[in-house]
Write a protein that binds this ligand. Structure first.
Ligand SMILES: [Zn+2]
Length: 172
C-alpha cells in the first residue's frame, strides 16, 4: 500500500511528512472505533433491533452484520472515507491524504459491489449520521424496513407458491 502511494508522490518518497503522522492516523482511527461503533451499537439496542454481530469475516469488514437478513452495515469515518459534507484534505501533505482517501473510497466501492454480488444488502452510513439524531433515525429506519420486508417475504412465501400451483398454466 505504501509502495503504491509512494509512486504517486512527485519525489517518489514521503518528504516533509511529520513523524507524528502515524500517531495522528491511529488516533483518528481509534476515535472512530471507540465512539462511532459503540454509539451505533447502543442505538441498535435502544431501537430494539436484534440479530446482529460485529466483526464478521466479510469483504471490507462491515461494522455490523445481520446474518439472517444478510445485511451489512458500514459506518464510514468522514475523514477516512472522504465525506463531502464534513470530510477535508489536510493542507499539509495534501497529496498524501488525497491519495489515501481516494484509495479508501475506491476500496469501499469495490467491497460494496463484491458483497452485493454475494447477495448481501449493504448500508453505508457516514460517521456524522451517527452523531445526528435525525440522520441516525433515518439509518435505523432503513434497517427496520429491511427487517420488515424480509419478514413479509418469508410469511408470504408459502401461500404464494400454493396459489401459483392452482393457477392455470397460461395465465400471467
Ligand atoms: Zn460527514
Amino acid at each position: 500500500m505504501e509502495r503504491r502511494l509512494k509512486a504517486t508522490l512527485p519525489s517518489g518518497r514521503f518528504s516533509n511528512v511529520p513523524e507524528v503522522r502515524s500517531r495522528t492516523m491511529s488516533a483518528i482511527r481509534g476515535k472512530h472505533n471507540r465512539s462511532t461503533d459503540v454509539q451505533f451499537r447502543m442505538a441498535l439496542v435502544r431501537a430494539g433491533i436484534r440479530g446482529w454481530i460485529t466483526h464478521p469475516n466479510l469483504p471490507g469488514k462491515p461494522d455490523v452484520y445481520f446474518p439472517r437478513l444478510r445485511l451489512a452495515v458500514f459506518l464510514d469515518g468522514c475523514f477516512w472515507h472522504g465525506c463531502r459534507r464534513c470530510g477535508h484534505i489536510p493542507k499539509t501533505n495534501s497529496l498524501f491524504w488525497a491519495t489515501k482517501i481516494k484509495r479508501n473510497k475506491n476500496r469501499d466501492r469495490k467491497n460494496t459491489k463484491l458483497l452485493k454480488s454475494q447477495g448481501v444488502v449493504v448500508i453505508r452510513a457516514w460517521e456524522h449520521s451517527i452523531n445526528n439524531a435525525q440522520d441516525l433515525m433515518r439509518v435505523l429506519g432503513s434497517i427496520h424496513d429491511i427487517i420488515r420486508t424480509t419478514k413479509v417475504v418469508r410469511r408470504r412465501h408459502v401461500p404464494h407458491s400454493k396459489k401459483n400451483k392452482s393457477r392455470p398454466k397460461h395465465q400471467a
